[in-house]
Design a protein around this ligand. Sequence first.
Ligand SMILES: Nc1ncnc2c1ncn2[C@@H]1O[C@H](COP(=O)(O)OP(=O)(O)O)[C@@H](O)[C@H]1O
Ligand SMILES: [Mg+2]
Length: 345
Amino acid sequence: MTATALDQKVKAPPAPAIEVQNIVKRYGTFEAVKGVSFSVADGEIFGLLGPNGAGKSTLIRMMTTLVPITSGKAIVAGHDVAIDPDDVRRMIGVIPQALTSDPDLTVEENLSIYAKLYSVGKAEREHNINDVLEAVDLVKWRGAQVKTLSGGMRRRVEIARGLVHNPQIFFLDEPTTGLDPVSRIAVWEMLDNLRKRRKLTMLLTTHYMEEADKLCDRIAIVDHGNLVALGTPIELKRSVPGANVVEVHFDRETPEWKARLEALDGVTSVQAESAGFYRVLTSSGSKTTMQLVELAASLGETLTSLSVQNTTLDDVFVHYTGRQLRDEQVKPPVFTLPPRPGAQP
Ligand SMILES: Nc1ncnc2c1ncn2[C@@H]1O[C@H](COP(=O)(O)OP(=O)(O)O)[C@@H](O)[C@H]1O
Ligand SMILES: [Mg+2]
């Protein structure tokens, strides 16, 4: 090989684990995914963040061969999903959104059946099952029927099951939706450990900003079937004008405060949240806070609370879509009870 050929070989970027080009999914006349492109590097944890109905599951189903692609292309582990679906399936592990482990079987039986489906030989099967059970911290529970486990543990069984055939690329659709906060953090820690232990590329979907922020190397924000922003959590937050959010409560409502806050150094926007409560985006939390405190003192106004935070992915979502991600989450229904017969009004 000549020096130049060798240089070229060294410089050639490694092939991405996943490459999606202008991918579209139509159900009848409804376009659920409207021409999305991104690529995921080998070993990366990549997040699709968006509200319910954004098209996250549809994207995962296309990449994992579960629904046909209407147009565009998806290359997974070097194979075109539409041309070589079997090759793709051998390289991937998939955790669907719904819980799919068999509740009447034990943890180990669930894993074993899956490994057999993937034709993993006996010796390798035993080794892999031990290995993944250790990774998800369920060794002690291998003989327990899945229906006796908590939701968080059951999720971990499914994560173990998705890895039992040693896939290179792991797709997880809303891995922590429906879990309590403690179980959610346990799943995050486990996924983080998994990526340290084995060479694994992960693509996960979520509508939890904290989850995307904590776990993902890069995040694609999706909304109504479109990709609206893509970057590392830090890049996304930097792309929003204002680096900090200052939240301030005054002891009484004074309408002039909105304009006063807007005039402080570094302030890029001010939202009046409720009477006497403002959310201020600023490029310098410390400067704005100092000026604000001085101004309030000189006017004889009292602050009841003041906090400075970094911008969150929620601010990023608002910036790109004009709506809060939190608003989109399913709100519990409000029930009004009919009056009891004979009750006093
Ligand atoms: N099989 C289907 N037939 C018709 N519409 C569908 C089907 N699956 C999903 N959709 C629609 O496509 C949109 C995206 O759905 P989905 O990918 O499940 O979103 P997400 O996972 O982000 O919540 C939604 O409006 C949903 O109603
Ligand atoms: Mg979904």
